[in-house]
Design a protein around this ligand. Structure first.
Ligand code: SF4
Length: 185
């Protein structure tokens, strides 16, 4: 019997409505093209897709600003991530206990995200009252891409480690589309 292939993905790989709102249309952005390519190929290859929760949308809704990792890196956010991920850990363990039937391909996050980044996240000295910030443009310019995981991915890695589970992580990143080839082959 052919094994059922399962992949866990960040929520917005299936539902981009949870992403931070942008003025410019996202349709033709390289990340969007890569997302659609991944989904098309995953379906064609009979890969079963599990959608992880979106912590930012659940905790801050659709009106949130774009954030940096530092703004989410606090105990309550981590605790909430853990609670959201707990039910997924249960299902994952079932797949891993039945390796004759299932093959878990990995976890696909969103590189650059403060929550779901795998290889990169965004960092910056953001925060505080916008109206009284007399150096707002300088504050905004502190944002940069750093080689760290987003907060939810860090929590997920911790949870996997606590259960002695090893799984490959991948990041959706338009600058490195080749990363997905291994996943989809
Ligand atoms: S928190 Fe994760 S799932 Fe939610 S929009 Fe950001 S990258 Fe996507």
């Amino acid at each position: 019997m052919e094994k059922k292939k399962v992949i866990y993905v960040s929520h917005c790989i299936l539902n981009t409505a949870t992403k931070v709102r942008k003025d410019a249309p996202v349709e033709e952005k390289p990340e969007e093209r890569l997302r659609k390519k991944f989904l098309t190929q995953a379906i064609q290859n009979n890969i079963h897709i599990v959608q992880l929760p979106c912590p930012e949308h659940k905790l801050y809704g659709t009106e949130r600003w774009g954030h940096t990792k530092e703004q989410f890196d606090h105990p309550h956010f981590r605790k909430q991530c853990r609670e959201m991920l707990n039910p997924f850990m249960d299902d994952l363990k079932v797949y891993l206990q039945n390796t004759d039937e299932y093959e878990v391909l990995g976890i696909l996050g969103i590189d650059g995200s403060p929550s779901c980044g795998v290889n990169f996240t965004c960092s910056g000295a953001w925060g505080g009252e916008l109206m009284s910030n007399t150096r707002l443009s300088e504050t905004l310019e502190t944002i940069c891409r750093v080689p760290e995981r987003g907060v939810m991915i860090e929590v997920l890695k911790d949870m996997l480690q606590e259960s002695n589970i090893t799984i490959d992580f991948y990041g959706l990143d338009a600058m490195h589309p080749e990363v997905l080839n291994h996943l989809l082959e």
